[in-house]
Every structure is written in C-alpha cells, then in structure tokens.
Ligand binder design. Structure first.
Ligand code: PLP
Length: 440
C-alpha cells in the first residue's frame, strides 16, 4: 500500500520556493510533487497513483526503482562511492564493456555526467579529429544545455544562448510539416538530403567537422527519419570527410525497441552520444561511444577534456545492472512489441476518433500526438489546449509529457499491456473532455 502523508506534500511544495527551476519563470512553475515510484507508476504525497507516461524526462526506460539497479547502487556504495577518473577502476571498465556490447565495431567510451556534456565532448572529438570547425545540426533538435550543445540545438532554447561559434543548422525530413513541399516520404527524404548537401557545400565542406543529428529527434516531436535518410547522411559525411555524430541520448537503450535507434537504419556513425536510458537516470551519467579511427587520433596526442566524475562508480554500477536487467528481462523487446501491438494501433485509433490529433507517429515506446486546431491547415493547437489536456490526464491518473503543441506518449520500456491499454482509455477520455465531450 502507498503511504499517504499530506504534510510531507505541503512541506515539499513550500521548500520548492528555494529551488531554482530549469527553463522557467521562477515562481510560476507549479511543479507536480512526486513522493515515490515503482515500475510504470509514481505516486504523490496524498497516496494518489499515476501512470508515468513521461518516464520523467523520457529517461526512466527501465521504470522506477528497478530492484536490481537499486541493489547494484547500494552494493557499490558499500565498496567505493567516488574515484578519480585517471585511475583504473573495475566497475568503470565493466560499464564501458557493457555499453560497447551494444555498439559493435566501436572502440571505447568516454563517460560524462549527462547528455549535454556527451554532445559537448563528441563535438570536441570530431573537431580535433578532422581539424575542422563547423557542426551542422537540425533546427528540429535538442542536444542539451551547455556551450556547444545548446547552440547545436535547433529550438528556441538556442537563441538566448548563442555564444558558441561554428554552428550551422539545416532542416531535416518531416513529412507532416514538410519544409520541402514533398508529397511522399521518398520525396521528403531525397529533398532533405539534397538540402543538407547544399548547406554543406555552401558552408564550405573543408570547414565542416561533423553532421550532428538525433537518431530520432525526440523533444522536437518524435520525428522518425524516413528509410534512407540516416544512411544518406553517412554518405554525405563520407563524401565531405566529416564525422557523423548520432545523438542517442533520448532514443537509445530501448526507447525505440532497439538498443540504439539507428540500429534500425543500417548506419554506423563515428560517435554516439548517450545518457538517459543507459541507467534510466538513477545516477546522473552520459557518455560518448568512440570509433577506432577517432580513438586512434588520441593515441598519439592528448585529448584535452575531462570531468571529475567521469565514470563515477555509482553510475558505472547502475549502468552494468541496468543493461544486464534490460537484456535478461527482454525489456527492449517489450518496448518494440508494445509499440507494434498496443501503442501503434491504439494511438492510430485515437487519431481516427479525435479530429484534434493531426498525426500519431513514433515507434516502440516513443510516440508523439501532433495536435491541431484545423486538420486541413495543420495549425498547431495553443498552450491553452495543452494545459487543459494536461489537467484532464492528471485528474485521471496519468502523468503526461507535453512539448509545444504535442503530447508525447513515452512510458518506460517495461510498461505492461494492461497499463498501455489503460493509458489509451485515459487519453481517449481526456481528448473527448477537452474537445467539449464531442469525439470527432
Ligand atoms: N540530447 C538529447 C536528444 C536530449 O533529449 C537531451 C535531453 O533531453 C540531451 C541531449 C541533453 O541531456 P542532459 O539533459 O542529460 O544534459
């Protein structure tokens, strides 16, 4: 039974005034208080349960409080809770090997504290390896909140933070909101690749160090690339001597029903940035998976980068336990199956029923509902509609993830059939309520 402790809830909300919140007007955040969690469920201090269809920030892939991961962190805490990065450390090596087991052909792992600094260091490696400067990334992207990562980001968060040099942006393929007037997915792919090629040519290919993309742009709207796009970027990178950096921070480790989302696209990047799902965020960690060629560059020269907590033992232990549990419990397969059998068809049916859902797109446990006020013009709904939907979902016991005009359907990879069906009912009721009770 879940304990109810309303006084603790009051105290949490009062003390929250001392917390400076991300991406917010301070004092206007009204955050939701979470007291505990298990699997796909979280609960508040009043003992009310919610289905966590946000996975927090799309990171709790293994669900909350997985007993094997919690036990591994506790066991490591009894042995050694911190160690300098320049030392050899058994659990750090095991964590690197565990990650590399899912990235055949790669050589090594540089551990960071999270996703942004993984991107930061991947960019640094690409620049030093090529001796070039520019990084081409997409407008529809999020790569993190540090110097180069935030400027590589495409969305509004880049604009007030544009202090890093050497960044160029392009549009990627997105048929539902095509920048290329495409009528088919093939056309969109071809035109987006043509556009990317022209951007690189116009920037001067000899100045381009890397093409940086999320395997599936996540926060930007779960924009699954058309078949051939990522392979086309690989060809462009090869043609122009640039590195291909795959940002798998949100899409990696089970979210798409693959270990890495790009595994489904028959492409091998030069660098892979990861974080979130690698240990579901139980301890902050991220990293860069490095190709043999780039590793070799730093065999004869210094890699000018490092972090006090690179390969932190608690994080390393949690990675080993997480990847082990994900493999032995079939958690990645579960994500794929839930996507194919339950969420895919269920969300498509919702889109049929509710005119507000312009498009339901995604894969695995990585979906977005693109909400429109007019299905023909595809005009995005406003913040008022999203606010009303969030309220309607929370009242029914579902913790949602909202971004711009979208609701992202992103439960942990361990979500059960029953939980997914229950969530689909809740979304259905919430859309009906917000549309004024009239399902389309
Ligand atoms: N890259 C992607 C694709 C992300 O979604 C995120 C975070 O949402 C990041 C990088 C940054 O990761 P972090 O917040 O751990 O720094």
């Amino acid at each position: 039974a879940i304990a109810s402790d309303p006084a603790a809830g009051d105290r949490a909300r009062a003390l929250d005034a001392h917390v400076f919140h991300s991406w917010s007007v301070q004092g206007q955040t009204n955050p939701f208080a979470i007291a505990g969690g298990l699997g796909t469920r979280v609960w508040d201090h009043d003992g009310r349960e919610y289905l966590d269809f946000s996975s927090q920030l799309v990171n709790a892939n293994i669900g909350h409080q997985h007993p094997k991961v919690v036990a591994a962190i506790k066991a490591q805490a009894d042995v050694l809770t911190t160690v300098a990065p320049a030392t050899t450390n058994l659990v750090r090596g095991e964590a690197a090997a565990a990650v590399l087991a899912h990235a055949p052909g790669f050589q090594s792992v540089f551990f960071t504290n999270g996703g942004a600094d993984a991107i930061e260091n991947a960019i640094r490696m690409a620049r030093l390896h090529t001796g070039r400067d520019k990084v081409v990334s997409l407008y529809r992207s999020y790569h993190g909140n540090t110097g180069a990562a935030v400027v590589a980001t495409g969305d509004w968060r880049r604009v007030p933070n544009e202090y890093a040099r050497g960044h160029v942006h392009a549009f990627g393929p997105f048929l539902y909101r095509s920048e290329f007037w495409s009528a088919s997915v093939e056309q969109e792919c071809e035109r987006a690749l043509h556009h990317m090629r022209r951007v690189i040519e116009a920037e001067g290919p000899e100045s381009v160090a890397a093409i940086l993309v999320e395997a599936i742009p996540g926060t930007a709207g779960v924009i699954v690339p058309p078949p051939g796009y990522l392979a086309g970027l690989r060809e462009l990178a090869d043609r122009f001597g640039a590195m291909l950096i795959m940002d798998e921070v949100m899409s990696g480790f089970g979210r798409t029903g693959e270990w890495f989302a790009h595994d489904a696209h028959d492409v091998r990047p030069d660098l892979i940035a990861f974080a979130k799902g690698v240990n579901s965020g139980y301890v902050p960690v991220g990293g860069v998976v490095v190709s043999p060629e780039i590793h070799e560059t730093f065999s004869s020269r210094v890699f000018p980068g490092g972090l006090t907590y690179s390969g932190h033992p608690l994080a390393a232990a949690s990675i080993v336990a997480t990847l082990d549990a994900m493999a032995s419990e079939g958690i990645v397969d579960n994500a794929r199956r839930i996507g194919q059998d339950v969420l895919g068809p269920g969300l498509a049916a919702l889109a049929e029923r509710h005119a507000m859902i312009g498009e339901a797109r995604g894969v695995g446990v990585f979906w977005a509902l693109d909400l429109v006020s007019d299905a023909k013009t595809r005009t995005p709904v406003g913040a008022d509609v999203i606010g009303a939907l969030k309220g309607a979902l929370l009242r029914r016991g579902l913790l949602p993830f909202a971004a711009d005009n979208r609701i992202h359907v992103v439960p942990p990879c361990v979500v059960t059939d029953d939980e997914a069906h229950r969530a689909l009912e809740i979304y259905d009721e919430a859309f009906a309520e917000v549309a004024g009770g009239a399902a389309a």
